[in-house]
Design a protein around this ligand. Structure first.
Ligand SMILES: NC(=O)c1ccc[n+]([C@@H]2O[C@H](COP(=O)([O-])OP(=O)(O)OC[C@H]3O[C@@H](n4cnc5c(N)ncnc54)[C@H](O)[C@@H]3O)[C@@H](O)[C@H]2O)c1
Length: 267
């Protein structure tokens, strides 16, 4: 198991307070890494970091702000002296608070420029900035692993009929910015892998499928039926893949996209 060990490694996880982000942090810590749980709320990051097994820190981070990313890098270097793993996990997945208006607001024809721009800022520019500022520490160290979290919707288009209720009305449309930004993350990964390969920095994408999280029963049923393994993911289903990409177990892998989706994209 030495190959999968992350002992004495320092790992930064963005969006660490989210549904899957917390599991990424737990996985890295269970494999031995000291984890920097980074998200918008400093207090909650601090509280969550205390629950991890290894010496970990919670640091507030806005991935869209160069000052914020620089500040995080400086704090981590001051405490640990090196950064070995970066998980670019923070992302916006538009939620439409008012269920009555959601269908109209999320329609492509009506989708607001502000929401498009916000997703580009967080899902894409955030990945760029964290890779540039934190990844550069790895490039100077001549070793590191960057893992960019995409989505099956960055590979295949959303099937909007999944969001149609039993009575035939559309609950909402999966918005265009999510697919566009996740597709871009997969290509950005390849760009950076090629650029930093000779500096010992590996860059890979992890593509998760949908996680079950109290969605409407009709949605869970339809989604599961479209998945080869017949179910949605559990938040912990990505832990093994993340440890693999972060560790020397994947030492000959870069520029790749590890798709962990219960077979969603295979048929
Ligand atoms: N949940 C799923 O079904 C699913 C499926 C496929 C891919 N993904 C991807 O996995 C990743 C995690 O998903 P999740 O479901 O845990 O999301 P989530 O919405 O539960 O968590 C996202 C986290 O990102 C943080 N965040 C938002 N803007 C930020 C910013 N500017 N700076 C720093 N942090 C910010 C939020 O505070 C939140 O804690 C995302 O990249 C998502 O696109 C999720």
């Amino acid at each position: 198991m030495e190959l999968f060990s992350l002992k004495d490694k320092t790992a930064v996880v963005t969006g660490s307070l989210g549904l899957i982000g917390k599991e990424h942090c737990r996985a890295l810590s269970e494999a031995g890494a000291n984890v920097i749980a980074a998200d918008l709320d400093a207090d909650k990051c601090g509280e969550f970091a205390l629950t991890l097994l290894t010496e970990s820190m919670g640091i507030s981070l806005d991935v869209t702000s160069p000052e914020s990313v620089n500040g995080l890098r400086d704090k981590v270097i001051q405490k640990f002296g090196h950064i070995d793993i970066l998980v670019n996990n923070a992302a916006i997945n538009d939620m439409f608070e008012d269920p009555k208006a959601a269908s109209e607001q999320s329609k492509f024809e009506n989708y607001p420029l502000e929401l498009w721009q916000k997703s580009i800022d967080v899902n894409l520019t955030g990945v760029f900035l964290c890779s540039q500022i934190i990844g550069n520490v790895m490039s100077v160290q001549k070793k590191g692993s960057i893992i960019n979290i995409a989505s099956t919707y960055g590979i295949t288009a959303p099937d909007q009929s999944l969001y149609k209720k039993v009575d035939g009305t559309q609950s909402f449309y999966k918005p265009p910015a999510y697919s566009a930004t996740k597709g871009a993350v997969i290509m950005f990964t390849k760009y950076l892998a090629a650029y930093w390969g000779s500096n010992g920095v590996r860059v890979n994408t992890l593509t998760p499928g949908g996680v079950e999280n109290s969605q409407d029963e009709f949605f869970i049923r339809k989604y599961s039926a479209k998945t080869i393994l017949g179910r949605m993911a559990k938040p912990s289903d990505y832990k093994g893949a993340l440890i693999f990409l972060a560790s020397d177990a994947s030492s000959y892998m870069t520029g790749a996209n590890l798709v962990v989706d219960g077979g969603w994209t295979a048929w």
